[in-house]
Design a protein around this ligand. Sequence first.
Ligand code: 13P
Length: 244
Amino acid sequence: VHFDYVDMEAMAPVVQRAAQLAPIPVALHLDHGLSLQTIVRAIRCGFTSVMYDGSEYPLEENIRRTKQIVDICHSVGVTVEAELGQVTGGEGGSKEGTVAEPSLFTDPQEAAVFVEETGVDALAVAIGTVHGLYKGEPKLDFDRLAEIARRVDIPLVLHGGTGVPDEDFKRAIQLGICKVNFYTQTSIAAVNRIKERLRKEPDLIKFPELLLEAKIGIKETVKRQIQVFGSVGMCDHPNPLCSS
Ligand code: 13P
């Protein structure tokens, strides 16, 4: 959804430079790659991991496409996240929000088959979250998550993080979620900072000042989520994540 705003080939070297300067390991990850072409472009750009999202296809077709991408990515040392079941909604989208559709949730038995047959490295699961804002309260299916975690031994990923209560995040992480995708709230925080600055200084004409406001809003939001996820200082001590 961000291809309307950024040129991946132009942006990748900038992000790589920032990653090299960071005092912690950084994964350069493509989110929701929808085609083989996009995945290959990301590999050429030096991404260290990709998500291939074949979730709209029936199981067999999702397996076939994902396996092809896993074979290609693994041959050059790039890890692959895939999605089974469907996390609906629109990332960063409208204020109206979405209700999760239980018929599209991940089936634990299918998850086991999918992971076995594709050789994927991480699995995004549909357990009640949606991309973008929620219509009403999110209601996560923790029993389903526990059952998927029991049957699958790779890291599980939760998309649609915005709007999920802190306690639900903590429980989901205890049950096996290893990566959370969190975007819309960072966008809202950036826009709110810009609105506030323009309210205080309606005559402002320095566009880069607004970019700095956006950056502060995003940084504050990310910092808060790192605390909620229990990830503070995760790389202060040697651990498998940091040695890879
Ligand atoms: P939110 O925008 O709902 O936080 O979800 C982000 C996401 O899942 C990106 O893949």
